[in-house]
Design a protein around this ligand. Structure first.
Ligand code: KG4
Ligand code: ZN
Length: 360
């Protein structure tokens, strides 16, 4: 995107976009100015509802989105002190995600766009995770960043690692909205591996934060779990690691000793972090990228954040923890850059539950 494009848009005043996110188990709405300044950011989590199932129950998720979507949008507007007609666009996650969840947000967004006449912008969920790194809001309840964090916004060319519950993607970006997909997971996503191993260790749902908490008390060198480097490719694989943890758990159970959950969690986490950081930094070097961006739910992981900051010889952008997991501010941020390009989707557009990243 050229500077003149953004200058032209900003000469009409700041662009305020309402973002809506319902792709999985968070009902979220937010208002963001110029893709960067968060005016409101509301997230209604369904974690408690799904915890007893040990994962997201799609039918329960969509029913809860129906109950929450209207109030959450109202609160987001109230918190931003804005009326609908003071906005510039309505943005919503179009995919990928659970079909029954996506349609609730999409229909809400269509209703708001129809009644207001505002442009409607459908957003790819993973593109939104990338754009969470442009959000500059630092409210008092967001935890402090470790030393070495870069306060300025990301600059191109950069390597983006997106690690979420359903996806692991390594991407080269030369400009806004321009993606060269280098690789991704061949089996489990990084977050999925955390969730599955947590279940194996009988830790609570969601698995990522539970593994992180258990790992804090454990020895990451106790178990030498495999690292799938998949040399000469930019792909990842986590299913072998998951199976190795399963085998170790079974072996330990046969000896009838108490499971060393903390050491298992720490050793598993170390294996995931080593590969994610190693391959991302290698890609940055290979493609002469000056910066690295890490986003998605797993980027909330403390060990991953610290290892990136410790090992990278270039600026690393990782959103504040509260913006790593699903939220709507990131939808509104990505939508701003599409708004500058004039994107205005027809009211007839459908959800794309399996929308591949490489089709962006
Ligand atoms: O991006 P996200 O909120 O939703 C998807 O788009 O999937 O990511 C959720 C994933 C879950 O697998 C969760 O276990 C993981 O992010 N996660 C973490 C942490 N917090 C959330 N994984 C590792 N460490 C964490 N602290
Ligand atoms: Zn997500």
């Amino acid at each position: 995107m050229t500077d003149s494009a953004s200058t032209a848009a900003s000469s009409f005043g700041p662009a305020r976009i309402l973002g809506i996110e319902t792709s999985c188990d968070e009902t979220a709405a937010a208002v963001v100015e110029d893709g960067r300044v968060i005016l409101s950011n509301e997230v209604a989590s369904q974690v408690d509802l799904h915890a007893r199932f040990g994962g997201v129950f799609p039918e329960v998720a969509s029913r809860q989105h129906i109950r929450t979507i209207f109030p959450i949008c109202e609160i987001a507007l109230q918190q931003a002190h804005l009326e609908l007609d003071e906005l510039d666009a309505i943005a919503v996650t179009r995919g990928p995600g659970l079909p029954g969840s996506l349609v609730i947000g999409i229909n809400m967004a269509k209703g708001l766009a129809l009644s207001s006449g505002l442009p409607l912008i459908g957003i790819h969920h993973l593109e939104a995770h990338i754009y969470s790194a442009w959000l500059q809001w630092r409210p008092h309840n967001l935890s402090a960043e470790p030393a070495g964090v870069t306060p300025s916004e990301p600059r191109f060319p950069l390597i983006a690692l997106i690690v979420s519950g359903g996806h692991t993607e390594l991407v080269l970006m030369h400009d806004h909205l321009t993606y060269q997909r280098l690789g991704g997971t061949l089996d489990d996503a990084a977050g999925e591996a955390f969730d599955k191993v947590a279940r194996l260790l009988r830790l609570s749902y969601p698995g990522g934060p539970a593994i992180q908490a258990a790992a804090a008390r454990g020895d990451p060198r106790r178990f030498a779990f495999p690292r799938a480097w998949l040399e000469d490719t930019w792909n990842f694989s986590f299913s072998g690691l998951k199976t190795a943890v399963l085998r170790e758990v079974r072996r330990l159970q046969e000896t009838r000793t108490e499971l060393p959950v903390a050491d298992l969690a720490a050793s598993f986490q170390a294996a995931v972090v080593e590969v994610l950081v190693g391959k991302t930094l290698q890609a940055a070097q290979t493609f002469n990228a000056n910066q690295v961006l890490v986003a998605g739910g797993v980027s909330a992981n403390q060990a991953l954040r610290e290892t990136f900051h410790a090992q990278a010889g270039c600026p690393v952008h990782i959103p504040p923890i509260a913006l790593c997991t699903d939220n709507a501010a990131m939808i509104a941020s990505a939508a701003y850059f599409r708004f500058l390009r004039g994107q205005n989707d027809p009211l007839t557009f459908d959800a794309l539950p399996n929308w591949p990243f490489h089709e962006l």
